[in-house]
Design a protein around this ligand. Structure first.
Ligand SMILES: [Zn+2]
Ligand SMILES: [Zn+2]
Ligand SMILES: [Zn+2]
Length: 291
């Protein structure tokens, strides 16, 4: 009887609200078509292909993860899907695809008021001490919130996890996003899995969704030395995860595709083969549930 009462009380205090992750983009920072690329990957602009970002909405809150150059399409779509106003933005790092979309909320644009922007200390300093971003701070278009651990929002919690990446202007983080029942990890950029002190295999086993760096499919994709811009190749990630059961592979969603990455093509044989093995590839407007 007591347990029934407890259940009843819990259901009152936590009414079941949809907690959703919506994919808002799947491309590397420079998007596609890329300037001066005259290869087949950039011949035609494909509809609804935007720079990597996710939205997370739950109840009356809707958060954007990264402010990409495609911010306008992405934040508008998030507001439409969530039927609520943008509640805040979590930034991963200071590379062009991940924060420059903030330009769309300043005085020359929609002139928002006090949008919370969650960032690690170096990233926060970067925004506050460099133009034009410092103007967003001075004019109170954004309110910079320094992250020092888990951020408890109304119905979800968000924890930054630092990763090795080319940190010229800021740290780089991935985010653990915890809903009522399920947890997702969002990590669009990391140099290589083996230079990180954490094991990606153990992390995947402890969560429900891993939305991770799939920038390049394999070595040889670019004509310039790929060691200058290290990322775990999808070929390396699947080799690392090979011994895991299909249920674990099923948690993986690749994103942040370079314009040259053949997996952008939904019918590419390698992509179809990997999907059969359980892997997913992020596509605009797809949703997954945190409850
Ligand atoms: Zn990036
Ligand atoms: Zn291209
Ligand atoms: Zn980056």
């Amino acid at each position: 009887m007591r347990s029934l009462l407890t259940l009843f009380a819990l259901s009152i205090s936590f009414p079941s609200i949809a907690q959703q992750i919506v994919f808002l983009g799947n491309l590397q920072d420079a998007g596609a078509p890329q300037f001066n690329c005259d290869k087949s990957c950039c011949l035609v602009e494909r509809p609804n292909e935007f720079v990597a970002s996710i939205g997370v909405y739950s109840g009356e809150e809707a958060f954007l993860f990264d402010a990409t150059p495609d911010f306008t399409h992405q934040a508008s779509f998030l507001q439409k899907q969530s039927k609520t106003k943008l509640s805040g933005i979590f930034l991963t790092h200071a590379h062009m695809g991940h924060y420059t979309g903030l330009m769309h909320i300043g005085r020359e644009a929609s002139n928002e008021q006090s949008i919370p922007v969650y960032a690690m200390p170096r990233m926060a300093d970067f925004l506050e001490t460099n133009g034009p971003w410092d103007q967003l701070v001075e004019l109170k278009n954004i309110e910079v919130k320094r992250l020092s651990g888990t951020e408890n929002l109304k119905t979800i919690s968000v924890t930054p996890i630092q990763v090795p990446h080319r940190d010229e202007y800021s740290e780089t983080v991935g985010y653990l996003i915890k809903g009522t029942k399920k947890t997702a990890f969002y990590l669009p950029d990391i140099d290589k899995w083996n230079v990180w002190k954490q094991s990606i295999i153990e992390l995947i086993q402890s969560i429900d969704y891993a939305i991770i760096d799939g920038t390049f499919l394999a070595e040889g994709e670019l004509e310039r030395p790929m060691s200058e811009i290290p990322h775990p190749f999808i070929s390396e990630t699947i080799a690392l995860l090979d011994s895991l059961p299909k249920a674990e592979k099923n948690k993986v969603w690749f994103t942040h595709f370079n314009h040259t990455n053949p997996v952008r093509d939904k019918n590419h044989p390698t992509r179809l083969k990997l999907e059969k093995e359980g892997y997913h590839f992020a596509e605009f407007a797809q949703e997954i549930s945190l409850n």
